[in-house]
Design a protein around this ligand. Structure first.
Ligand code: ZN
Length: 393
């Protein structure tokens, strides 16, 4: 501005000594000022454009905690059209869920034993066969238990580890220790609903949605999917704060001290969890799943809407009314489960567990015979719509 002012003052006089006509004298500086203003606008637009483009690629830079929190609370799901609802529902394969995913999990899976290791291998092998390219990790640790030191191993899978935020889908794969029961000679506790079926449901969900999840990863979406198969949910003896939730207590602590993105001084992997969706005790007929937390009620509403939408199109079997499973108008009290260590650290929770618990809970007959495949398939379809809408598949 100072240079322009100086030039303005040095405008030469005409040879006859009179000044240029006043209108010309005034117009020249105005043209320059307008030109300069135009340049300023162009420079501002350029800077704004660069800012917006760098903002879109924020995944490479540090993410302030406030932004992650704001983004997760403001997250807008997409809305599946009736045609999309039909398409996603058709991708669920009950036979594959039962034969490929569930059967190998229906065995004793006590932490630190060969059965536990075999089930982990099964999970790795199923996820490893998918085209989406899951990053698989183990969170292995030793903890004292009433039965001595035991090695526990959580199985983790992340679709795109560099994504800013994660929708977390979890279940536990360990089975409870039961002494031999003379009424069931030669039988062991299989924990079909607790939680072999939920594990198989998660495997079937990501298998059914493999094509869409691959595309999500290619798009480098801000929200990705993380799977957690917890070890050591069950107590070795009676449920106490120290004898239960071995895997989830360990992982929540690990995530709380793991910077995300790597190198961040503000945010951790826990901040990156948009929503922690926990599946447990599913597999039997007529589950009644209620809303446990006000801060995630809007996500529970999406489940209710998905159930109604599928029912309306006649896509659910053995399903008497549009709202058979998910209910917000009743409550049977809180439930201790793998979400507790995450809840206490401020992670938003959606707890998908039937209350009251099924009649075979922690009984030897929590077995395949008590499971109800049409109900499991219905729940899978509802969850497929939920994931598709949350992640915008
Ligand atoms: Zn249990």
């Amino acid at each position: 501005m100072s240079r322009t002012s100086k030039r303005y003052k040095s405008v030469p006089s005409t040879s006859n000594g009179s000044a240029l006509p006043r209108c010309d004298q005034a117009r020249m500086p105005r043209v320059r000022v307008l030109f300069i203003c135009l340049c300023c606008v162009l420079i501002f637009a350029l800077i704004l454009g660069l800012y917006i483009s760098s903002d879109a690629n924020r995944s490479n830079g540090p993410i302030p905690a406030a932004d992650l929190t704001k983004d997760k609370f403001n997250h807008k799901p997409s809305k599946c059209s009736p045609a999309q609802v039909r398409k996603f529902a058709s991708q669920i394969d009950r036979k594959r869920l039962w034969e490929t995913h569930l059967r190998p999990i229906l065995r004793e899976r006590i932490p630190g034993t060969a059965g536990s290791k075999a089930v982990r291998q099964h999970i790795y092998s199923q996820l490893g066969s998918l085209s989406a390219g899951w990053m698989l990790e183990e969170d292995s640790f030793v903890s004292p238990t009433p039965k001595g030191s035991v090695t526990f191993t959580n199985v983790l899978a992340v679709l795109d580890p560099s994504a800013q935020r994660r929708l977390l889908l979890a279940c536990h794969y360990d089975s409870k220790i039961f002494p031999p029961d003379p009424r069931y000679p030669g039988k062991v506790f299989l924990g079909a609903s607790d939680s072999a079926v939920p594990c198989a449901m998660i495997l079937e969900l990501v298998t059914a949605l493999d094509v869409q999840l691959s595309a999500l990863k290619q798009q480098r979406a801000a929200v990705t999917l993380q799977l957690v198969f917890f070890d050591g949910e069950e107590a070795f003896e009676d449920w106490t704060e120290t004898d239960s939730l071995y895997g989830s207590r360990h992982l929540s602590e690990l995530m709380a001290r793991t910077p995300h993105p790597p190198g961040s001084t503000h945010t951790t992997l826990l901040h990156a969890v948009d929503l922690f969706v926990l599946l447990d005790l599913l597999g039997g007929p007529d589950p009644l799943i209620v809303n446990h937390f006000d801060n995630t009620a809007r996500w529970f509403d999406r489940l209710i809407a998905a159930e109604k939408s599928l029912h309306k199109q006649g896509l659910l079997s053995s399903h008497p009314s549009g709202q058979s499973y998910f209910r917000k108008d009743i409550y049977f009290g809180p439930v201790q489960d793998d979400h507790i260590p995450f809840l206490h650290r401020g992670v938003p929770i959606l707890h998908l567990i039937p209350t009251p618990f099924p009649p075979f809970w922690h009984k030897m007959d929590d077995s395949e015979e008590k499971m109800h495949p049409p109900t499991v398939e219905n729940l899978m379809k509802i969850l497929a719509i939920f994931l598709a809408e949350y992640l915008g598949l």
